[in-house]
Write a protein that binds this ligand. Structure first.
Ligand code: ZN
Length: 175
């Protein structure tokens, strides 16, 4: 085992204790400390940059080449699911960020992300994850608040996750 592989393996138990690991399709939310913009903070010897999502990528996929950055295809900064990441150059990343400020993803994809956060225990529209979700998609604070309220109401009425989703997509009051 190389030095690097050894360091990764040693830290992995501590790493996974802070992750809500789900299926490959879903976001794996980082439950530990956060850095700016909502990225998970995880510092180990082999991971000098201290980002949880980069550690996850290097642990499960491959070493990230020098100078390359990770683009979160799911747009959830605290997500550490490597299946939702793409390794790209810094300039490509900047280009995509600029583009995404003007373009938003489909309403149903947004609802799915909102639901994922809700399922992970988020009940406050002003949390970092919730903020990242609406801000990066050009939505308003009201949008997040309204949709979260609907989820809470639906749960109070005893609706299942599937029914909750249906209720939200039926009335997608996207700002
Ligand atoms: Zn994700």
């Amino acid at each position: 085992m190389s030095d690097r592989a050894h360091h990764l393996a040693k830290a992995s138990e501590r790493f996974w204790s802070k992750v809500e690991r789900k299926t490959k399709e879903e976001c794996w939310l980082w439950m530990g400390a956060r850095r700016q913009k909502g990225y998970g903070r995880f510092r180990v010897e082999a991971n000098g940059h201290g980002y949880a999502h980069r550690f996850a990528y290097e642990l499960l996929v491959d070493e990230i080449p020098e100078g390359m950055t990770i683009d979160h295809l799911c747009r959830v900064p605290s997500c550490v699911n490597p299946a939702h990441m793409e390794v790209i150059t810094a300039s490509e990343n900047a280009l995509r960020a600029a583009r995404s400020r003007g373009v938003s993803v489909s309403p149903s994809a947004l609802i799915e992300r909102l639901q994922a956060l809700y399922d992970a225990g988020v009940r406050d529209f002003a949390t970092r994850d919730m903020k990242a979700l609406w801000e990066s998609n050009g939505l308003s604070r009201q949008w997040a608040q309204k949709h979260l309220k609907r989820l809470i109401e639906a749960e109070a009425l005893g609706y299942s996750g599937e029914q909750q989703r249906y209720l939200l997509t039926k009335r997608p009051a996207v700002a």
